[in-house]
Every structure is written in C-alpha cells, then in structure tokens.
Design a protein around this ligand. Sequence first.
Ligand code: NZQ
Ligand code: ZN
Length: 391
Amino acid sequence: MENFTFYSPTYFAFGNGEENHTGSYIKRFGGSRVLIHYGGGSVVRSGLLDRVKKSLEEEDISYVELGGVKPNPRSGLVYEGIELCRKEHVDFVLAVGGGSTIDSAKAIAAGSVYDGDFWDYYQGKKVEKALPVGTVLTIAAAGSEGSPDSVITKEEGMLKRGATGEGLRPKFSVLNPALTQTLPAYQTAAGITDIMAHLFERYFTNTENVEVTDRLIEGLLLSVIHEAPKVIADPDDYQARANIMWAGMMAHNNSCGVGREQDWGSHDIEHELSAVYDCTHGAGLAMVVPAWMTYNLKHDVNRFVQLAVRVWGCQMDFQNPEVTARAGIRALKNFLRSIGMPLNFGEIGAKEEDIKKMAHTSCYGNGRKGTVGKFVRLGEEDVEKIYRLML
Ligand code: NZQ
Ligand code: ZN
C-alpha cells in the first residue's frame, strides 16, 4: 500500500424527507445569500425545488435561482452563474439535481471568487478557493456529492474537461433515495454503470497489498449488482434505491481508492464520447469499460481473474486463468445489457470516422501528454483500438 492522506469532510444527511432541512444545513455552514442551481426541470416537476425553497425561507435565508443545466454541463451557463453570484453577493451555492448540476455549481462557486477565467481550472490549475457548495442529490451516479471534482464542457470545440481541488468538495449533501424514484430506467441504469466504473477505475491498479480497498470495492460491486435489477423492475423500491445511492457516494469519495494507484483511462476515453455525441456518461462507460478490459486483460490476468471469481462468481480455470478472466468480462457485458445499457458504437450514434480524432483528444486533452490511464499507459494507437472494439 502507498502512503496517503484522506480528508473527506462532507456532512451527509441521508433519508426520506431530509431535503426539508436544507435551509438549516446551509445555516450550519455559514450561508446567508444563496444561489439555487438546478437542471432542465425535473426538480420543478417533482415539487422538490419548492420544498427546498420553503426550507430556506423557514431559516430566513435569501436566494436567487439559476436553472437550465444540461447533462454534460456547459461553460456558458457557468459564466452566467458567476456573473449572477457577483452581482447578488451570493455566499453559498446550492445544487439541486444530478452530477451535472452539482458540477456546474462547483464551477460557479470556484469562478465567482477567482479573478481569471474559471476555465483555467479545467486546464490543470488546482482549485484552492471557492464559495461553499451544498447539494440535494436526485440521481445516484457521478458521486459528485462527495467528490472534489467537477466536469464541464466548453462549447467552443466541445471540450469536456475536469477540475479538482479540495475547495470543490461539498460542505453538505442531502441524499434522499426517494428523490431518485422519478428517474427514467435508462438514467437509473446509466447511473449504476457510472458507479461501477468508479470502482473499476480504482480496482485496476499496479499497487500490491491493497486487500482492504480491494475487498471494499468488491463488496460495493456485489451490492450494486444485487440491487440493480430490483430498481429496474420496481423504480419505487426505496430500500434498493437507498443501497445504490450510498454505494454511489462510497464509490467516488475515494475511501476505496486510497493507498493505491488508480487508472481513470476508461473515463478519459469515455469523456470524448459524451463530448462529441452528447451521450449519457454512464451509457458511454458501458461501451468503454468492457472494451478497455478486453484490451488490457494480458497486463495482469490475475487481477481480472480475482474480479471474475470474487464478484461474478466465475469458475476458476486453473489450467487457463485467461478463460476465467474473459468469463468475468462476459458477465459484466451481460449484466450491462440486462439493465438496458448500450454496448456498441451505433447504439449511441457514434461513428467510425471520428475514432482517430477522439483517440488523439483523449490522449492530449486536460494537460495529458500523450497517454491515458495508469494500470496500462495507453497511447493514441491503443485508444483507437479500444474504440474499434466497440464497433
Ligand atoms: O436536468 P434535469 O431535468 O434535472 O434531468 C436530469 C438529466 O436529464 C435527469 N434527472 C436527474 N435526477 C432526476 C432526473 N429525472 C427525473 N427524476 C430525477 N430524480 O437525469 C438526467 C441526467 O442528469 P445528470 O446530472 O447529467 O446525471 P449524472 O449524475 O449522471 O451526471 C453526469 C455528469 O457528471 C460527470 C459526467 O461526466 C457528466 O457530465 N461526472 C462527474 C464526476 C464528478 N464530479 O466527480 C465524476 C464522474 O465520473 C462523471 O464524469
Ligand atoms: Zn464517471
């Protein structure tokens, strides 16, 4: 295990009705003038936004609102939010929605107290200072409710890039599983896929002796695989939603990733798909992750075998461990298919002729110097071959 520091000070309020206390959580973390940020309207239609506003009013907290965040959130709205925060002397940013809304809120929070262009943070500059951010989460997926990260797409060139820094970690997050019951099945499944991908990105490591985090990851994967069919069959299954929601947070606040080198190649490869085709991030990952696994299998067959046996219950083939490893990848594909995720390029409207350009951008974007991933450092040609496995 490698040396590490771990400091994850987000306050979580989990359970039915917790959104009605949002005002008191904002007060606890010093907010008095709030920007309420939300997406394309699901929180308006469900009545959630009204309940959250009421809880702020009960605490005499004033607010301004900015809706309209799109999935794969754009820089244009971030600039608008920064201007609004400055004009209205906002001292707290509240995201009510999914990962896209939370990421947009984080970008606004950082940009509002920065003299330069907020995009600097999405080109490698670490975020040291930001307005405090709180979240009321409506989808179990990205893990942004407990992470110090934000991903934004710049309209010019459709560049999807990430920023990170402790200043971006939410002060509090309200997690009410019942709020996720209105999700369309496709979004639920894409969220589940993203959660699993966050675990795989940490699982595939060259660091040895990481038994605790290996087992934590495997345990979370087993739980998600067990609960997923329940929510697909019955969207109102509160208990299954609850387990998936907490797994989503655990998968990405890095408690499972400490002390080990992490990969993140699949995410870098996927971000090109959601940037170019505006597909749902989790759906893009459903195509990328099995292809990435197939391509990198030989780098450390034993690690793939361990996953296949411990998580997918595959039979160990002692003569030919690769057979077991491949059975694990097949089991993952079957699972993703069973929850309604795409596995091939055509299913999200992706095109073969874009492959070369996407392979190049994924290896050179975000300050990268020609490779993605750590488990195996993949160059442009490797990434191109991985995209081709999805055709
Ligand atoms: O915009 P509204 O109307 O709210 O609709 C959303 C959106 O269309 C809808 N939705 C959300 N909650 C709902 C709901 N519809 C009905 N009922 C509800 N309860 O679902 C759609 C997707 O929402 P979005 O916020 O985009 O989902 P998600 O949480 O998957 O976020 C995806 C974004 O997060 C980034 C991704 O790249 C992508 O841009 N990521 C952020 C990370 C981070 N900050 O740590 C890490 C991840 O790896 C990921 O890259
Ligand atoms: Zn993700």
